[in-house]
Design a protein around this ligand. Structure first.
Ligand code: FES
Length: 351
């Protein structure tokens, strides 16, 4: 029996290590030559203190000075002592550079390029060494745009178990990736990808989940839904609802996938809305207009939002008007303007 441990560093890089049964996280990291911070290695100093985002473990032996009861209850842990009982996701206090664990570069090969209308591309890549790329649902990769010096970031829309990697890419006028995709891209092209990156990923579902997507911000949420659907036997019985908003009718993409997830995941429902007043859609307006009090569950809800900065701000203000603070609010703002529009610019988590 082995467990996968995702080590998520402060600079957004995530590295995975494999722990054998009864092996501490520290030993598993050491085997993989990842130097997470340690001192005593004995549960006495607290230097290695990390935060467990998801999974179960035996915390091991340590003294109160290293980790208080209160901290342990909140999810803090000591990698030098803890032994995984399931796969884990840990936030490590330090950068990947410090841990000599920089992100890895992979060579993606274009296997499919499809267009939704003229402004959103679905790009599918294969990797010769696919098994070497592990990622969490919601994370992203940095792309080196072929034939240019430009780099762009795109969230996976595929789940972590998918054989091929899928990305949704919104075009931008004169954007480097847009020009490549529209004018030069061909099946068989290779694209260097570095990652995985980002702290916007699905945590254990311990309460109702509300997902909010703006435009191609749907991509990481599709990855999360694919992961939930793939592990539906283990999923706790909490409702998961998605509100997906776009500007124009043509921007609504991947609705068949969402219908499929609504069938495959018992507690999953979704609503779409279109801001354009001339839209033919039944629901016109913005995402916040289609959130119901039941979905907010008096604030006992984990919210995952991916959209442009204005949407993040609007949702924050919305919490104020409703007088609630979600138990967890995870968000990713993506860059707009001349850079590709599905490029995650900033991730955040407000607990
Ligand atoms: Fe000292 Fe882990 S290294 S408590």
């Amino acid at each position: 029996m082995t467990y996968q441990i995702a080590l998520s560093f402060e600079d957004g890089v995530t590295r995975f290590v494999t722990a054998n049964r009864n092996e501490t996280v520290a030993d598993a990291a050491y085997k993989s030559r990842i130097n997470i911070p340690f001192d005593c290695r004995d549960g006495a100093c607290g230097t290695c203190k990390a935060f467990c985002e998801s999974g179960k473990y035996d915390g091991g032996d340590y003294i109160d000075e290293a980790l208080t009861e209160d901290e342990a209850e909140k999810g803090f842990c000591l990698p030098c002592q803890m032994v995984p009982e399931t796969d884990l996701v840990l936030q490590i206090a330090g950068t990947s550079e410090m841990a000599k664990a920089g992100a890895t570069t992979f060579e993606g090969t274009v296997s499919e390029l499809n267009w939704f209308a003229d402004n959103t591309a679905a790009l599918t890549l294969t990797l010769a060494n696919r098994a070497d790329l592990k990622y969490l649902p919601g994370q992203y990769m940095n792309f080196a745009v072929p034939g240019t010096d430009a780099a762009r970031s795109y969230s996976f829309s595929s789940g972590p178990a998918a054989a091929e990697l899928r990305f949704l890419i919104r075009t931008a006028p004169d954007g480097a990736m847009t020009t490549y995709l529209k004018e030069r891209a061909a099946v068989g092209d290779t694209i260097p990808l570095t990652g995985p990156m980002g702290s916007f990923f699905l945590r254990d579902i311990k309460r109702p989940v509300l997902m909010l997507a703006g435009g191609t911000g749907i991509a990481p949420l599709l990855s999360m839904l694919e992961n939930i659907a793939a592990n539906v036997d283990e999923a706790p019985a909490h409702p998961v609802h998605l509100v997906y908003g776009v500007t124009f009718d043509k921007d609504l993409v991947e609705l068949e996938k969402l219908e499929h997830y609504a069938d495959a995941i018992e507690n999953f429902t979704f609503t779409t809305c279109v801001a354009d007043p001339d839209s033919a859609a039944k629901n016109k307006g913005y995402v916040t207009q289609y959130i119901t009090p039941a979905q907010l569950n008096d604030g006992d809800v984990d919210v995952y939002l991916c959209g442009p900065p204005a949407m993040v701000d609007a949702v924050r203000k919305y919490w104020d008007t409703q007088g609630i603070t979600p138990t967890n609010f995870y968000y990713e703002r993506f860059a707009v303007g001349s850079t590709a529009a599905a490029a995650p610019a900033l991730s955040g988590a407000v607990a």
